[in-house]
Design a protein around this ligand. Structure first.
Ligand SMILES: Cc1cc2nc3c(=O)[nH]c(=O)nc-3n(C[C@H](O)[C@H](O)[C@H](O)COP(=O)(O)O)c2cc1C
Ligand code: SF4
Length: 466
């Protein structure tokens, strides 16, 4: 079987192992009936028959890397809460809004019981008193599906008091966001849950595991991370680590968009699948549209530094993507073919991050807007070579690094040290500069062709807002 097209647009399976998307092909994949008929809630049943510490150890052994962006192992994170401090909470991050990312939405819409089961297992294993499931404001369909599934789960005794006749009880509370990208950042999400404006907290010194929601120890986990748990508890950590590599076990969901023949969400084997497999493979995207040439691709969501065709053989493995100067982030790949207007593509991404700045720190609030305005001028053919220097200077004020400022129009940019040093509280600020820096570094000629070269630049011409 190659490239089976699932019942609704956008998801494709093949002969690959499927851990979190195994039910997607059923039209009623979201119902309790289908869930139970396909092994649902077996993982929870097995977990509750074991001591909580055993379940925690099983998840640690599986090395479930967080799928929200940072890739921190879930079992290890659960162990970071201080002993004896209660209540302690699980916060589920369903705010998915990184450009290009749309996998958690599918998991919530197509298999909400899997997520709910994962939440209850996590609460049991990590000794958490209550679960808050936060879903992005715009995802009305996901909200409806999760709410309906939660009602079913309560009625059937999978959530609530004395779950499945055990002594373990936990409640799951649903919360809808208002549609802010920055609220995906875990401390901003906690602020939003508390009823405050969704602005990130300064960390260090305090991380949510120690001081989180309502000042109590809090574990924040991504939707996909938690959706892996039912399978792991049903099949065991050994079966999980038998898939993928030692450092990146299991599978992961990736969303591919842009100029490929078959964009969509794929569950791939972690660590071994390469970007070439994904973009050109028959089971995956089947190559570039119209037989065009690949120009560049964003490997891990809009915040990630870009890759070029010579990096296609890098596998989907965090450390290797990191060594190549980027990240896998939220698992979103955006593909650009040779017809792409690179400065315009960079502007699209930068504009998003500038717009989503919460305004708490100056380099992001002011810098993002400056980057957007200067870049807009360049894209419109009204920029000068001084504008290009200005882009670099503004970018460097957000994420300082070794950026030689060339005085000629050859920009001579060095690769940004990654992960960035940053002058901001969270990653939104640097994310506004990433597309600009990638585009300028990789395709300087496209910018040079756009600008007028001047030796004397009147002050007003390098400012913004003209
Ligand atoms: C600006 C920003 C946006 C983020 N957006 C999301 C998001 O939409 N979903 C998510 O799970 N994690 C997001 N994260 C990462 C979270 O802060 C957090 O690390 C994650 O939810 C932890 O879950 P995990 O360990 O299971 O990956 C974002 C981080 C930043 C800095
Ligand atoms: S980097 Fe931007 S989004 Fe993040 S806290 Fe600062 S101003 Fe807000």
């Amino acid at each position: 079987m190659t490239g089976t097209y699932a019942h609704a647009a956008g998801f494709y399976s093949g002969d690959r192992p499927r851990i979190v998307t195994s039910r997607f092909e059923h039209a009623d994949s979201y119902s309790l009936e289908r869930y139970l008929a396909t092994g649902g809630y077996q993982g929870l049943r097995k977990a509750l028959a074991r001591p909580a510490t055993d379940v925690h150890d099983e998840v640690k052994k599986a090395t479930v890397l967080g799928r929200g962006g940072a890739g921190f192992p879930a079992g290890t994170k659960w162990g970071l809460t201080p002993e004896g401090v209660f209540p302690r909470y699980l916060v589920v991050n369903g705010d998915e809004s990184e450009p290009g990312t749309y996998k958690d939405r599918l998991l919530m819409e197509r298999d909400p019981h899997q997520l709910i089961e994962g939440c209850v297992i996590a609460c049991y294993a990590a000794g958490l008193s209550q679960c808050f499931l936060y879903i992005r404001g715009e995802m009305a369909h996901a909200q409806e599906r999760v709410a309906a599934a939660l009602n079913e789960a309560y009625a059937a005794g999978y959530v609530g008091k004395n779950i499945l006749g055990s002594k373990f009880s936990v409640d799951v509370v649903l919360h809808w966001g208002a549609g802010a990208y920055v609220v995906g950042e875990e401390t901003a999400l906690i602020e939003s849950l508390e009823g405050n404006r969704g602005m990130p907290r300064l960390k260090p010194p305090f991380f949510p595991a120690a001081i989180g929601l309502y000042g109590k120890p809090t574990i924040v986990n991504n939707v996909e991370t938690l959706s892996n748990l039912p399978w792991i508890l049903t099949n065991g950590a050994e079966a999980y680590t038998a898939i993928g590599t030692a450092t990146s076990p299991g599978t992961r969901m990736v969303a591919v968009s842009g100029h490929v023949k078959r964009p969509g969400v794929y569950e791939i084997i972690n660590g071994t699948t390469t970007f070439r497999d994904l973009i050109y493979g028959d089971d995956f995207c089947q190559g570039i549209r119209n037989g065009n040439e690949l120009k560049a691709f964003v490997p891990g969501g809009g915040s990630a530094p870009w890759f070029t065709p010579d990096q296609l053989d890098i596998p989907f493995e965090g450390p290797q993507a990191g060594a190549a100067g980027s990240m896998l982030g939220s698992g979103a790949i955006m593909v650009m073919d040779h017809t792409t207007d690179i400065p315009a593509a960079a502007l699209t991404l930068t504009r998003f991050y500038a717009h989503e700045s919460c305004g708490k720190c100056t380099p992001c609030r002011e810098g993002g807007t400056w980057l957007e305005r200067i870049l807009r001028r360049v894209v419109d053919g009204k920029g000068t070579d001084a504008d290009l220097q200005q882009l670099i200077e503004v970018g460097t004020s957000i994420c300082p690094g070794d950026f030689p400022h060339a005085s000629s129009t050859r920009l001579g940019l060095a690769a940004v040290p990654f992960p960035y040093k940053m002058t901001t509280i969270c990653f939104v600020g640097p994310s506004a500069y990433t597309p600009v820096h990638s585009a300028l570094t990789l395709f300087p000629e496209e910018f040079e062709a756009r600008v007028t070269k001047r030796t004397h630049i009147p002050v007003t011409a390098v400012g913004v807002g003209e």
